[in-house]
Design a binder for this molecule. Structure first.
Ligand SMILES: Nc1nc2c(ncn2[C@@H]2O[C@H](COP(=O)(O)OP(=O)(O)OP(=O)(O)O)[C@@H](O)[C@H]2O)c(=O)[nH]1
Length: 247
């Protein structure tokens, strides 16, 4: 009688529940200098005793952000790895996620199990968002020093990231920006999605950020969170589009 396996051995059935749980992945995106690395350092300081954490940074030509985080001493140095994208940062977090996906996988293989891996995008403009194939959730960071009108400038991260952070609120008084207004404008375009006004010098705001991170990790593990794509560009129209179509 012919061998029904064609000579291939049939692997033993394995329950998927036996497989190790992979780390929850949160992406941190936003324009250059808005405080992404500092926010990651803050989260690590706040949650390192509750979660097993790892960090992947993205820079174009350097590993500057990884070196900053290692120097800050927020995690063991081997838990912080850098991807050098060599091109537009958003390419490596959205269009071809291979390098980042491998970096997270290698970090977990070498130092896992981990509960949470934070992936920092290289600083980019308002269009940068992560692929939901790379991260389970993403937060978008703006800062008050970028100007009070930046929320109104819009973009997919501002409108549809899982969390919008208005950062460096301690500087608002020095740059003449109304933080409440920025937060209100964020809420207007985001509906139910949360907005946090953050300063690393304000413990209450750091607690709010940490609570959001813990809630996300719990929700992802319990199957209550569905990763979504904020989209490449916010749908938008211009007032004169209508006139052109009908002229
Ligand atoms: N006053 C104040 N400064 C902050 C805060 N968070 C970050 N900064 C400062 O803002 C500057 C930029 O912070 P980074 O964390 O390097 O910003 P980044 O978004 O990672 O920068 P890139 O990776 O170059 O895009 C640094 O000088 C930080 O010290 C904050 O809450 N308050």
């Amino acid at each position: 009688m012919p061998d029904p396996t064609g000579g291939c051995s049939v692997p033993e059935t394995r329950e998927f529940t036996d497989l190790p749980q992979r780390a929850v992945r949160i992406g941190v995106a936003g324009p250059v200098g808005t405080g992404k690395s500092s926010l990651i350092a803050t989260v690590c300081r706040s949650l390192a005793d509750r979660l097993r954490l790892g960090v992947i940074t993205n820079d174009i030509y350097t590993d500057e952000d990884a070196r900053f985080l290692r120097a800050a001493g927020v995690l063991a140095p081997e838990l912080i790895r850098a991807v050098e994208t060599g091109a537009c940062p958003h390419t490596a977090i959205r269009d071809d996620i291979t390098a980042n996906d491998l970096a997270v996988g290698d970090l977990e293989a070498d130092h896992g199990p981990l509960d949470l891996v934070l992936v920092e995008s290289g600083g980019d403009n308002l269009t940068a968002t992560f692929s939901p194939a790379l991260v389970d959730a993403q937060l978008f960071v703006l800062d008050v020093a970028g100007g009070g009108d930046v929320v109104r400038k819009g973009g997919p991260g501002i409108s549809r990231a899982d969390l919008l952070v208005i950062n460096k609120t301690d500087l608002a008084v020095h740059v003449g920006v109304d933080v409440d207004r920025m937060v209100r404008e964020g809420r207007e375009v985001r509906g139910e999605r949360p907005v946090i006004a953050l300063s690393r010098n304000d413990p209450a705001s750091v607690d709010a950020l940490s609570a959001w991170v813990l809630g996300l990790v719990d929700a992802q593990r319990a199957g209550r969170h569905t990763p979504h794509d904020p989209g490449p560009m916010a749908p938008h129209t211009h007032a004169d589009d209508h006139d052109h179509r009908h002229s």
